[in-house]
Structure formats: C-alpha cells, structure tokens
Design a protein around this ligand. Structure first.
Ligand SMILES: C[S@@+](CC[C@H](N)C(=O)[O-])C[C@H]1O[C@@H](n2cnc3c(N)ncnc32)[C@H](O)[C@@H]1O
Length: 243
C-alpha cells in the first residue's frame, strides 16, 4: 500500500484520534506504520502460514490497524488494560472483528502473557506501550515475551528509547516539549497540552525511561538471538528482537 493510501486509511478508520496524534507527535503516528512494515516483512517470509500476533497496548487501534493491514495471513489478539481506549479500537476496527481476524482482551499485558502457552506466538507487536511500564514490571514482561514466542518469532516494538547520552537526551526532550506547546496552543487544546506534559514526567522518570543500550542488552540477556534498533528519530525508535 502507498504511503498516501495508508494515510487516508488511518484517517478514515481511526478518525480524529489519529489526526490529533499526528499533530502532537507525527513520529508516533509513523511508528505504528513502521511496526506494520516489520510485521509485513515477517509475514512475507512465512507466506504459507497464518501468523498469531499478540499486540500489547492496542489503545485506540492505530497500531492494531497497521498490523492488520500488514498481511491477510495473520490473526491479532489486542490487549489493553484500559477499556475506554480499547472500546474505541473495537468501534474503529469492527470490520476485522467480523472477519474473525481480530480479538480483544481487556486485561493487563503481563497477566495475558503469563497465561499464554510457551512457544505459541509468532509475533509480539507493540507501539508506545512498553515505555509506560515500571522497569521491574517491564523486566517480567520481557521474560514472558521471550517464553511465549516461537523460536524465530519476533518482538517488534516501536517506542520511546532514551538516548544513552543523557545531555543529548535532555535537549531532545526540551525540543519535544516546545513542539507540544507550538502545536497545541495553535489549535487551542490546552487540556491536551496539560495531559501530555504531566504524562511526560512519568515517561522521563528514572524507573520508566528505557535507555537504548540497557534495553538492547536486556533483550540479549533474556536470550534473543538478534536485536536491532533502527529508524531512530529523536527519542523514538523501532526495536526488532528475534528469538
Ligand atoms: C500510548 S497507548 C499506545 C496505543 C497505540 N499502540 C499507539 O501507538 O497509538 C498505550 C496503551 O497501553 C495501554 N497499557 C499501558 N499499560 C498496560 C498494561 N500493563 N497492560 C495492558 N495495557 C497497557 C494503555 O491503556 C494504552 O492504551
């Protein structure tokens, strides 16, 4: 699918939610498409099989849609602990629910992972969810992701990966904050601005931030054979880890 077709599809299906995200953080909107492109690459290699995809933190369905569009040959279980977010995804993505290709679990990600059989999932995909986890909780999630993936399966995560150079990281965050003010004051969305600034304090706290080198080493130490970080743009990057 062409970029412009994909854009139209996202705006059409996800609606205003997607347009607001593009305004605040164009990279976040693009990241779901990068996750989708990685899923598509894997699905091409496994063309003859129906892939089991587990999505962590589906939110309103932006990343879920990118995953579903990646291939006809996959089924998605989209997990989100926040029913208000997931209900929007349910509404937006009815077509795929009807086709039997999309199921939802309104549950905690770790709880779902823990009751999933070992070596039963082809892809665990996520965008902008794992950085929200407390570091100790994230460590357990990563262990479980490794356990439930099939050998050769992939963990595909588009997310906020902090720069190792802390001064450069701070400058990047300062630039990001300026961008929120410019974009949201221009459209008079001060409530959204407040929400994003408050949330950023959590993202940037010591027990949340996913520093690049630490995070990649954590995946390698868990047992992932190949771990790659690509498409870095400011604090955003795509990580693909192969079991
Ligand atoms: C920022 S949204 C990302 C949504 C979508 N992937 C995107 O990129 O637009 C993060 C989502 O993760 C969900 N979430 C956060 N912690 C979670 C947890 N422990 N278990 C399940 N879902 C969680 C939140 O409810 C939220 O909907």
């Amino acid at each position: 699918m062409q970029d412009t077709q994909l854009e139209a599809m996202f705006s059409g299906v996800i609606g205003q939610e997607y347009d607001t995200l593009k305004l605040i953080c164009p990279l976040a909107a693009k990241m779901s498409q990068l996750v989708g492109a990685s899923v598509a690459q894997y699905a091409q290699v496994k063309a003859e099989q129906t892939l089991n995809v587990l999505e962590l933190g589906g939110g309103t369905g932006i990343t879920t849609l990118a995953i579903l569009l990646a291939s006809e040959n996959l089924k998605v279980l989209s997990v989100d602990s926040e029913p208000t977010m997931q209900n929007q995804a349910k509404q937006n993505l009815q077509t795929w629910v009807t086709q039997g290709r999309l199921h939802f679990a309104a549950e905690d990600a770790l709880a779902v992972l823990k009751r999933t059989a070992s070596a039963s999932v082809d892809i665990i995909a996520s965008a902008y969810t794992v950085h929200n986890f407390l570091d100790s909780y994230r460590a357990q999630v990563i262990q479980e992701i490794f356990r439930v993936l099939k050998p050769g399966g992939q963990f595909i995560n588009g997310d906020r990966y902090g720069l190792d150079d802390i001064s450069a990281h701070t400058r990047t965050i300062q630039h990001e904050v300026s961008g929120y003010f410019k974009a949201l004051i221009a459209v008079d969305k001060l409530d959204v601005l407040e929400h994003w600034i408050v949330h950023l304090f959590s993202d940037e706290s010591e027990n949340h931030v996913m520093r690049e080198t630490f995070s990649l080493q954590q995946l390698q130490q868990t047992g992932f054979k190949q771990v790659n970080l690509t498409h870095r743009c400011e604090v955003n990057a795509l990580v693909v880890a192969i079991k």
